[in-house]
Design a protein around this ligand. Structure first.
Ligand SMILES: Nc1nc2c(c(=O)[nH]1)N[C@H]1C(S)=C(S)[C@@H](COP(=O)(O)O)O[C@H]1N2
Ligand SMILES: [Mo]
Length: 477
């Protein structure tokens, strides 16, 4: 409720969770993604609530005899949340207050309970004090639920942002139709819908930005700074472009990759306008919630058409995908380029800053690695005879020239590639396999436009992207 009234996202759970996310080692982040996928944040919230409940239970038991023992645990919990909120980049001056209120409320409630419990400890309990205790319990439970629900209603501009988003009229792409792709059963569609698009970010609570409040400042090593509003952005020349985004945490065969039609303005046009200094070699882009990415300046000025995107598949960006404006750079993993809820771009040099993931064990530069994936047949038994094997291969901004499949370590056979509008998207492929009975191992590999094969040696996602051949086992018969 306090967070709602103060208009901050820093509830105690969000404050603790965000501080935790900022500190998890890479292996734990990857473990969380492989266990929970894109539900990693729900898992974290539940985890925090379970730990808090356990500590509260211990505190409650201790405070029956000694109020201060329980109070100390309460103060430690609330203190951790206050400290976490203070260190958040986006928590402002009031971000610690909800956690402080939570601590004070908890101390008062604990005191009430331990008072009521004292008579219950006597043997001549007459039932009156027991009833009183249970009534207090029910009252506190119902009261907290009601206050929390009311807090959601007054809290955040979630509804206002959803409303503003649905009212937006943005320039439409000429067509949303993807090129004809591979239609095999089980093949992943070439175009990824907004609902199916993977989501990866550090935002436990998603920034809610009204387009009318949005501003982007482009500054740093430039001839003249520029500040843009959302309306300024819409007045510019609009570009519509299919680009496949990929997460550096994607395992071999993983699904942290998606292909969408993005609409926005060319970053090059804006950068030409501000005039980067000749010594500048990077931009540091910053999100509303303090996340930062470091992107090489040349990748924003060359012909790959890096953009500030405001629409995804013909709709305003979904809030989880960066509403109202994000960056999209073909050929770079998201962590070094695709800043969502973008509010600031500083033209600078790599030797002057470290972006969010760099001190956390990830490479400063993150070009996407040539990779391929089998999507069908996956995890099901097939009949002997002709079987369509299909999947995708990607090497954004370089291009895939050839995909090959092999069975049980035998010779490689060439797959057929679907047509592709540009080198900035993944490419579907298919191959017909005359499948004999038994259990067989299928593998895929891709080649780039220069004829280089993808890296076959297995490597984990950290520090700059997984490598290895996607290998599946298929039962036939
Ligand atoms: N503000 C913000 N932007 C972000 C991130 C983030 O944590 N915060 N994560 C990046 C990473 S690691 C990836 S892979 C892409 C994912 O974009 P998506 O969630 O729209 O698929 O967003 C990038 N942009
Ligand atoms: Mo990512």
């Amino acid at each position: 409720m306090a967070a709602g009234l103060l208009g901050t996202r820093q509830t105690p759970v969000v404050a603790i969770g965000s501080a935790f996310i900022d500190r998890v080692p890479p292996w734990l982040k990857d473990l969380a993604i492989s266990w929970f996928g894109t539900h990693d944040k729900t898992a974290l919230r539940i985890g925090i609530l379970v730990v808090a409940a356990a500590l509260a239970a211990i505190g409650g038991m201790l405070s029956v005899r000694r109020y201060w023992a329980g109070a100390l645990i309460t103060i430690a919990l609330a203190g951790a949340a206050v400290a976490a909120a203070i260190t958040r980049a986006d928590s402002g001056q009031t971000g610690f207050l909800p956690s402080a209120f939570a601590g004070i409320t908890a101390l008062i409630i604990l005191r009430l309970f331990s008072r009521r419990l004292e008579p219950l400890l006597d043997f001549d309990d007459d039932g009156v004090s027991r009833r009183g205790f249970l009534q207090l319990t029910a009252g506190v439970a119902l009261g907290s639920a009601a206050v929390a629900a009311a807090g959601r209603v007054v809290g955040g501009n979630r509804a206002a942002v959803a409303d503003a988003r649905s009212q937006l009229r943005l320039p439409k792409p000429p067509t949303l139709a993807p090129p004809p792709g591979v239609q095999a059963e089980g093949a992943v569609p070439w175009a990824t819908s907004n609902d199916d698009f993977y989501r990866i970010d550090t935002a436990l609570s998603v920034p809610q930005i009204l387009p009318s409040d949005w501003q982007l400042r482009i500054h740093g090593m430039v001839d003249r700074e520029l500040t843009l509003t959302f309306d300024d952005l819409l007045k510019r020349k609009v570009l519509h472009k299919w680009v496949t985004l990929t997460c550096v945490s994607n395992e071999v065969g993983g699904d942290l990759i998606g292909n969408a039609l993005w609409s926005g303005v060319l970053l090059k046009d804006l950068l030409d306008e501000v005039g980067p200094a000749p010594q500048a070699d990077a931009i540091q882009s910053t999100s509303k919630d303090g996340f930062t990415a470091g992107t090489p300046l040349p990748t924003l000025l060359d012909d790959r058409q890096a953009m500030l995107a405001f629409a995804m598949n013909g709709e305003p960006l979904p809030v989880e995908h960066g509403f109202p404006v994000r960056i999209v750079v073909p050929g770079l993993y998201g962590y070094v380029s695709a800043t969502k809820w973008l509010v600031d771009i500083e033209v600078t040099r790599f030797d002057r800053f470290e972006a969010y993931w760099t001190p956390r064990g990830w490479s400063e530069l993150g070009p996407i690695k040539l990779s391929s994936r089998i999507d069908t047949p996956l995890g099901k038994k097939v009949e002997p005879g002709p079987v369509t094997v299909a999947g995708v291969a990607w090497d954004q901004h370089v291009g895939v020239s050839k995909v090959e499949v092999r069975v049980d370590g035998g010779p490689w056979s060439q797959a057929t590639l679907a047509t592709d509008p540009s080198v900035d998207t993944w490419r579907q492929w298919h191959w017909t396999w005359d499948a004999p009975r038994g259990t067989h191992v299928l593998q895929v590999r891709a080649f780039d436009v220069q004829g280089n094969p993808q890296i076959e040696a297995s490597a984990p996602p950290a520090p700059n992207g997984a490598t290895g051949l996607h290998t599946i086992s298929v039962k036939v018969g």
